[in-house]
Design a protein around this ligand. Structure first.
Ligand SMILES: Cc1cc2nc3c(=O)[nH]c(=O)nc-3n(C[C@H](O)[C@H](O)[C@H](O)COP(=O)(O)OP(=O)(O)OC[C@H]3O[C@@H](n4cnc5c(N)ncnc54)[C@H](O)[C@@H]3O)c2cc1C
Length: 429
């Protein structure tokens, strides 16, 4: 095609998965050309600090967020970072991508790593100034600027964005009210018992919650001044809507690739079209532990999936088997979660939340489905191994009765039981 710039590998999207894919390709193939196309003006950057340190401190430069050191892309041979180019059309037959500016890029292998966008809600007043969502570095800067001037925030959604922001905004002396349609906070990340404790912990720090609340509208003259919930009006200086994200899978769907809330890929990261791959938040992949297909929005997953799919694009054939974890830091707490806490129908807690290391086990139908650690990051690998084993409630309770058992002991025991009685994790003793 005339005017087409051709690379060996074309990566669409400029986040962590994309940057990690460059590493993955280079681990296998040091010679071929790589083009990385992003709609943003920045090189790939880390998003977790956007709701934490970057928001809390006023003078953090953007470059501290970069996945690669400043100037890294320019120094690489045969790697080109192409910013401010939004991919609009994917042609799987021509193996090309056309951007909003009308540029065409071709490649023999294409990776879609377009992540997601903050979900929008359709309610009156959504377009008022002072109403934000949070996904990009510009969003975080805008929220920070509003927090410096304001003192009252209403946060819509008690998921990770709402919960992390409520904690971070206290650094600017902004008091938050969190509105949540469901009946508990952080429901996707915490089992019910921990969710209740977390709510109390936040309330002690001055954050208020309205559970079971659905917003009617945002009110203000140009700038938001209040949020209407039922018959009540909550005055505020700013609103952040944190109700989840939608995967940017449109270009794949329009091109006829299989899409279902994310781009469907196999265990190697390949889509329904040969030589076109997807990785990170946008990809729906075969779940190595729970079965079926899943899509996760974890920093570790974006990094490891991006890298592995990059390697596979370059000729490897490695299945994706990671059970990734989600981390968070709120107030004085560190939180690490593995598995599917929302599915838990039973919870076992080791330790006292907020009083040193604490592990919460979520069980579903008698098997472990999640481990959530508070202030115990060193137990992450043990927790991960236990969820992988899907250990039984019986083993967990047997071991809990003994004194002084650590998570690592438990993980070791689970492996021993598995070796003795493959497939159940049960003790026959
Ligand atoms: C505020 C925030 C805090 C987070 N905190 C945590 C945390 O504490 N712990 C944790 O485990 N995870 C956290 N996450 C999740 C983690 O950051 C994501 O899982 C990770 O960023 C996903 O990386 P990605 O590369 O798949 O997608 P993204 O980071 O979304 O990157 C996709 C990129 O593609 C670009 N793009 C999209 N469409 C196009 C197009 N058509 N053309 C060109 N470019 C395009 C986008 O602009 C973007 O730059 C957080 C996320 C956010 C938003």
């Amino acid at each position: 095609m005339p005017g087409t710039r051709v690379f060996d590998y074309l990566i669409v999207g400029g986040g962590l998965a994309a940057a990690s894919a460059v590493d993955g390709i280079r681990e296998v193939d040091q010679i071929s050309t790589i083009g990385l196309l992003t709609e943003e003006s920045e090189p790939p950057y880390q998003r977790p600090p956007l709701s934490k340190e970057f928001l809390q401190y006023e003078d953090v430069p953007r470059s501290l967020l970069y996945v690669k050191p400043e100037g890294w892309f320019e120094e690489q041979e045969r790697v080109e970072l192409i910013t401010r180019q939004k991919a609009l059309v994917l042609d799987p037959v021509a193996m090309s991508v056309t951007t909003a500016r009308g540029n065409v890029f071709g490649a023999s292998r294409i990776l879609i790593a377009t992540g997601g966008r903050a979900r929008q809600i359709q309610i009156p007043g959504y377009d008022l100034e002072g109403v934000f969502t949070l996904r990009t570095v510009a969003d975080s800067e805008a929220i920070r600027a509003a927090a410096v001037l304001g003192s009252r925030a209403v946060l819509i959604g008690a998921g990770f964005v709402g919960m992390e922001l409520a904690a971070s905004l206290t650094a600017h002396d902004v008091t938050s009210t969190v509105l949540e349609a469901g009946d508990r906070v952080w429901a996707r990340t915490l089992p019910p018992e921990l969710s209740r404790w977390m709510r109390k912990h936040y309330e002690e720090k001055g954050v208020s919650f309205r559970l079971g609340s659905v917003v009617n509208r945002f009110v203000g003259q140009g700038t938001v001044e209040a949020v209407e919930v039922g018959a009540e009006s909550l005055p505020c200086d700013m609103v952040v809507v944190g109700v989840g994200m939608d995967p940017c899978d449109g270009i794949a769907g329009d091109a006829g690739l299989a899409v279902a809330d994310g781009i469907l890929v196999d265990t190697f990261g390949e889509t329904s079209h040969p030589h076109i791959y997807a990785a990170g938040d946008v990809a729906r992949f075969p779940d190595p532990v729970f079965g079926g297909n899943t899509r996760v929005e974890h920093w570790e997953h974006a990094r490891e999936h991006g890298r592995l799919v990059g390697r596979n694009m370059a000729g490897e054939k490695e299945p994706y088997e990671l059970l990734s974890y989600f981390f968070s830091r709120v107030f004085d707490l560190s939180l690490d979660a593995v598995g599917r806490p929302a599915q838990a129908d039973e919870t076992v807690v080791w330790g006292e939340p907020g009083e040193g290391p604490c592990a919460t086990f979520g069980l579903s139908e008698g098997r472990l489905c999640a481990v959530v650690l508070l202030d115990a990051p060193e137990e992450l690998e043990a927790g991960r191994a236990l969820v992988r084993e899907r250990v039984s409630a019986k083993l967990l309770y047997d071991v809990t009765r003994r004194d002084e058992v650590s998570l690592r002991d438990l993980a070791r025991l689970a492996t021993e039981y598995r070796d003795r009685d493959p497939g159940t994790g049960d003790s026959n003793e």
